[in-house]
Ligand binder design. Structure first.
Ligand SMILES: *[C@@H]1O[C@H](CO)[C@@H](O)[C@H](O)[C@H]1NC(C)=O
Ligand SMILES: *[C@@H]1O[C@H](CO)[C@@H](O)[C@H](O)[C@H]1NC(C)=O
Ligand SMILES: *[C@@H]1O[C@H](CO)[C@@H](O)[C@H](O)[C@H]1NC(C)=O
Ligand SMILES: *[C@@H]1O[C@H](CO)[C@@H](O)[C@H](O)[C@H]1NC(C)=O
Length: 191
């Protein structure tokens, strides 16, 4: 009985684990083939627009503090705070707007004298043509500036070898709860 269950589980996981994202073969052979063909592919520009919901409050926060220094909460810019996020990305700014992806990763307060978050995160898209594809952001987010430009340093799926710019602009911040909604415009070059 146990063995049968195991076999069924294995079979199911094998079926589920077919490494294809929206028609892209993600097996090592598929990746090798993609690279072989890559010199013939034309680079294109894709623009994305969404809202990022950084929810620290409530019963189901999507942004949680995982580390801090002794001095963090005496520091004017919360220097040393580390936050892990799995924030929803939506079409519009409303909390109930359609979700198109998540922002998963960390940001840390990295400015002694200014309000700066060092961002290290992946956008993972969950709908449409980009479903299952990711973009990686590594950048400096001076949160009080109107526009914060951050590099897109790579991607996966349809965004293989992506490079580009993410521009963040605060949409709303609730000083009581700490929840923020941020508008993102992303422009990427990819194949
Ligand atoms: C930080 O807190 C720990 C434990 O309370 C203490 O031993 C240490 O001296 C503190 N460090 C600083 C820089 O205040
Ligand atoms: C979102 O909420 C607003 C009011 O809170 C409502 O008018 C709207 O229909 C909702 N939209 C969706 C897609 O549920
Ligand atoms: C996205 O892809 C996942 C896994 O391949 C699939 O289960 C899901 O239905 C897709 N979602 C949409 C909106 O296409
Ligand atoms: C801000 O957050 C507080 C505490 O969660 C909540 O009571 C209030 O309604 C929020 N304000 C807005 C404008 O959403």
């Amino acid at each position: 009985m146990g063995k049968v269950c195991c076999a069924i589980l294995l079979l199911c996981s094998m079926v589920i684990a077919i490494p294809i994202v929206n028609g892209i073969d993600q097996s090592p052979q598929g990746v090798a083939k993609w690279f072989k063909n890559q010199p013939k592919m034309k680079e294109k520009v894709t623009k994305l627009h969404f809202y990022f919901h950084d929810q620290v409050s409530g019963k189901n926060p999507t942004a949680v503090i995982v580390a801090q220094a002794n001095t963090t909460f005496q520091s004017p810019n919360l220097f040393g705070l580390v936050v892990v996020i799995d924030d929803a990305l939506t079409v519009g700014p409303e909390p109930n707007s359609t979700i198109v992806g998540r922002a998963q990763g960390t940001y840390s307060s990295a400015g002694l004298d200014d309000a700066v978050a060092a961002m290290s995160l992946n956008f993972v898209f969950t709908s449409g043509a980009y479903n299952g594809s990711t973009l990686s952001v590594l950048g400096r987010n001076a949160v009080l500036h109107t526009y914060r430009e951050m590099p897109i340093v790579g991607g996966s799926g349809v965004f293989r070898l992506a490079r580009g710019i993410a521009t963040a602009k605060s949409y709303s911040f609730n000083a009581t709860s700490g929840d923020a909604i941020v508008e993102y415009n992303v422009v990427v070059l990819h194949y």
